[in-house]
Design a protein around this ligand. Sequence first.
Ligand code: DCP
Ligand code: MG
Length: 404
Amino acid sequence: MEQIIIHVDMDAFYASVEIRDDPSLRGKALIIGSLPQERGVVATCSYEARKFGVRSGMNIKEAYRLCPGGLFLHPNFDKYRAVSAQLHAIWNEYAAASEAIALDEAYLDVTEKAGDWAGACAFAREIKRRTREELGLSCSVGIAYCRAAAKTASEEKKPDGYFEIPVAQAFVDLIIDRDVRVLPFVGDKTAEKLRMAGIRTVRDVREQQEAVIRLLGKHGAWIVQLAYGIDERPVVAYKPEDAKSVSREVTFQEDVEDLRYLKDVLFLLSLSVESRAARVGLYGRGVTLKVTYADMKTVTRSRVIRSSRSAAVLYRETAELLEQLEERPVRLIGAGLHNLESEEGRQLRLEEVFGEAEKERDALVREKISELTARYGLDFGAFLAGTARSGELYRTIETMRLQG
Ligand code: DCP
Ligand code: MG
C-alpha cells in the first residue's frame, strides 16, 4: 500500500497558547499544570523549562525542585479546545482522511490530495506557515511513507521541526541504533521485558526477532515488522469531538494498571455501547479506544471494521488496541463506535444473512460473561438487564475493581 502521511504535532501546546496570548511570558520557564503548593502534575512546559529537566506528567513538587524560578500556571482547557478545533480545521483541508490523536496532534493521509512526494512536502510547509500565520503558533511536521515514520519524523527536529522520511530504508537507517522505545507500541514495560532479554535497540530486535516474538507474541510480531520499517496502518478519519459516535467511558475511583481488569471493563463498556447503538438503530464502521492516563494524558486509537455494533467485535478490537498501548496507570477508559450508518445503508454479508456471525458473537459474549462471573463472583444477570443505564455500569465496574 503506497501512502504519504503527514504527522503534525504542536510545540509545547498549552504553554505556547498561553505565551501567544500574553507575550510577557515569552522566553520564560513556563510550567502549565498545578501550582507548586498544590497536589498534581505538569501538563506541559515551555522549552525554556525543559532545559531544567521539567517534563509532562512530572509531579509538580519535583518540577518546582528542578525549576524554582519557573512560572506556574493552571491550564485553561476551554481555550485549548477552541484552538484545537481551529488547528484541525486547517490541517483537514490537506487530507483525504485525518485522524486527530490529541488536541494538538493529527495524522493526515495526503496521498491523493498531494499527488506525489513533492506535493506532500509542499503541503507540510504550508501547514506550518498557516498554523503560524493564522493562529500564531508553531508546530512540528513529519512527512513519511507510513504512520510510524511520520511520527518519528515530526519529533526529529522539534520545536518548529520539519523532517522527511520518504522510504522504509531511510527510516531504518535513522532508528536502527536507537532505543526500542522509538517504535510505536513499545512503552516502558515492553522495553523492560526486552531489556531483560538483552534487546535494547532496534538492531537488537532485528537480530533477535524470534526471541522478540517468543517473548511478546502478536505484539512482538508487530514490533519486528516495525523494526524493518513496515507499517501499513491506514489513517482512519476520526475526530474525538465527533458527535456522530456512540461511546461509553468510565473514570476509575483509583488509577488502574491491571490489563486484565481493563479488558474486562472494555467488555462491559462494549455491551453498553451495543445496546445504545441498537436503540438508535446504528452500526459503526470504526471503533475507538480512549485512554486517559494518571498523568492526564489522553490517547485515542481507532480502527476500521466491517459495519457492526456487536459488543463482541467492539470488545475484541478495543482490547487489541489496548494491548498495543504503553502500560501506565489508567484513570479513564472508553470504547465507542464511529462512522455510524443506519440499517438501510448496510450491505449484509453472507455470514450475517445465515446468522453465523451472530451465533459466533453470542458464544463469545456468553463465554466472557461466565469468565467474569467466576472471576468476580458477581451476578451479571442484573447488569445485563441494565447495560444501557450508567448507574448499573459504574457500580459493577467499581465492584469488580474492589474484588479483583
Ligand atoms: N498533556 C498533558 N499531560 C501530559 C502530556 C500532555 O496534559 N502528560 C497535554 C499538554 C500538552 C498537550 O497535551 O501541551 C500536547 O501534548 P504533547 O505530548 O504533544 O506535548 P507538547 O505539545 O506540550 O510539547 P511537544 O513540543 O513536546 O509536543
Ligand atoms: Mg505537542
